[in-house]
Design a binder for this molecule. Structure first.
Ligand SMILES: [Zn+2]
Length: 282
C-alpha cells in the first residue's frame, strides 16, 4: 500500500463516515514506515455496534469484549472461547496465556480457498517462527489439536486469532491484503501473546490519547492486569497496536510516554518478541 493511495483511502473513509456510520469500514490508517507495500491492520475495521459490547471474566479479571459473528473479540483481534470466559480462574491468564501448545508444537492446516498470495505469506511467517523461536509450526497430518488458517475477506486487510492453545481445532483468519508481519502478529496470539500496549507497566512507556479514540472503542486500550508480562516493555513489538489504532480523527491514539510519536513495527519479530516467545516455550 503506497502512501499516496493511503491518503486517498483516508479521505474516502472520512467521507463515507459522514454519509453513513454503517459504511465505515475503517479509520485505522497506518503511517507505513518501512513496509509500504501493504496496509497493516488486524481486525479493527468492522462497524461498531454497542449492543455487542459485553463484560466477562478472563483470568479472574472483569474484561470488556465484543460479541460478533458468534465469537468473543478481545482487544480487537483476539478471540476468546466461551470456555475461557466461563472458567473464571487463572488457567488462561497471560501475556502469555498459560494455555500453551504442548512441547511448542503447533500443527496447522491452510483452508483450500486461501489463495496463493496468502499461502506464501503463511509460509514466510511459519519460517520466521520455526527459525527464530522455540515454537515449531508443523503441517498437520491427523492431529486432533491444531490451528487452521482460514480466509477472511477478499477486500480486507485484517486478521484475527484465538488466543493460546484451545484444544481441538482453532483458527487464524487472514484477509486477502494482510501483510506477512500481521500474519506473524496473529500467530503471536495463537502461541499465547496479548497486545503489548495492554501490559500492566505500559503507562511508564506509552500515553493513551483517550480523546482521539473512536466512540465505544476505549475498552480496547484497557490494561490487562491478569496477564503475565515477560521481559521489558517493547514499543517495537510486533504485538504493539499501531499509533493510530481506533483513531476517530487520524491523530494518534498511542504516543510515547513523553508525548512524542512512535513508529510502529510490522516488519517482523524484534529480539524482545523472540525472547518472550522463547520464555513461554523454553
Ligand atoms: Zn492482535
Amino acid at each position: 500500500m503506497k502512501k499516496r493511495f493511503e491518503k486517498t483511502f483516508l479521505s474516502r473513509m472520512l467521507t463515507k463516515r459522514n454519509l453513513s456510520i454503517s459504511l465505515i469500514v475503517a479509520l485505522i490508517l497506518t503511517s507505513c514506515s518501512k513496509n509500504n507495500e501493504e496496509m497493516m491492520t488486524e481486525a479493527q475495521t468492522d462497524a461498531f455496534n454497542s449492543a455487542n459490547i459485553k463484560q466477562g471474566k478472563l483470568g479472574g479479571q472483569v474484561i470488556t469484549y465484543e460479541r460478533k459473528n458468534g465469537m468473543n473479540f478481545f482487544q480487537g483481534d483476539i478471540v476468546l472461547s466461551d470456555k475461557q470466559l466461563a472458567e473464571d480462574n487463572s488457567a488462561n491468564k497471560g501475556g502469555a496465556t498459560l494455555s500453551r501448545w504442548p512441547n511448542g508444537k503447533i500443527y496447522y492446516t491452510v483452508a483450500s480457498n486461501m489463495g496463493s498470495i496468502n499461502a506464501n505469506k503463511i509460509t514466510s511467517a511459519v519460517n520466521e517462527y520455526n527459525t527464530k523461536t522455540n515454537t515449531q509450526w508443523i503441517p498437520r497430518t491427523n492431529q486432533s489439536n491444531y490451528v487452521e488458517f482460514i480466509f477472511g475477506s477478499s477486500s480486507g486487510y485484517d486478521g484475527w486469532a484465538h488466543i493460546g492453545y484451545q484444544g481441538g481445532k482453532q483458527n487464524i483468519s487472514l484477509d486477502q491484503n494482510i501483510s506477512t508481519a500481521s500474519v506473524i502478529h496473529e500467530m503471536g496470539h495463537t502461541v499465547g501473546l496479548y497486545h503489548e500496549h495492554c501490559r500492566k507497566d505500559r503507562d511508564q512507556y506509552v500515553s493513551i490519547q483517550w480523546d482521539n479514540i473512536q466512540s465505544g472503542q476505549a475498552y480496547n486500550f484497557n490494561i490487562y492486569n491478569s496477564g503475565t508480562d515477560i521481559g521489558p516493555f517493547n514499543i517495537n513489538s510486533v504485538m504493539m497496536y499501531w499509533p493510530t489504532s481506533y483513531s476517530k480523527n487520524g491523530l494518534p491514539t498511542i504516543k510515547k510516554a513523553d508525548n512524542t510519536n512512535f513508529t510502529y513495527n510490522r516488519t517482523g519479530f524484534t529480539t524482545g518478541d523472540i525472547n518472550t516467545i522463547n520464555a513461554m516455550y523454553p
